[in-house]
Write a protein of this length. Sequence first.
Length: 55
Amino acid sequence: MNHIGEALGFKTQTSFSQAFRAQSGMSPKEYRLSAGLLPDIDPVQDNEPSSEQTR
């Protein structure tokens, strides 16, 4: 995301994120999740060992 913001002339990731939210109504991360570009991961669930790992 830093490369995209820099290419568009934003000096910081925060300024890019704020402009993105103002235009789209969602954060860049929310957009990537809604577009299926990021896995929807529950960090608590992912840190718990599965039943196979505890055997």
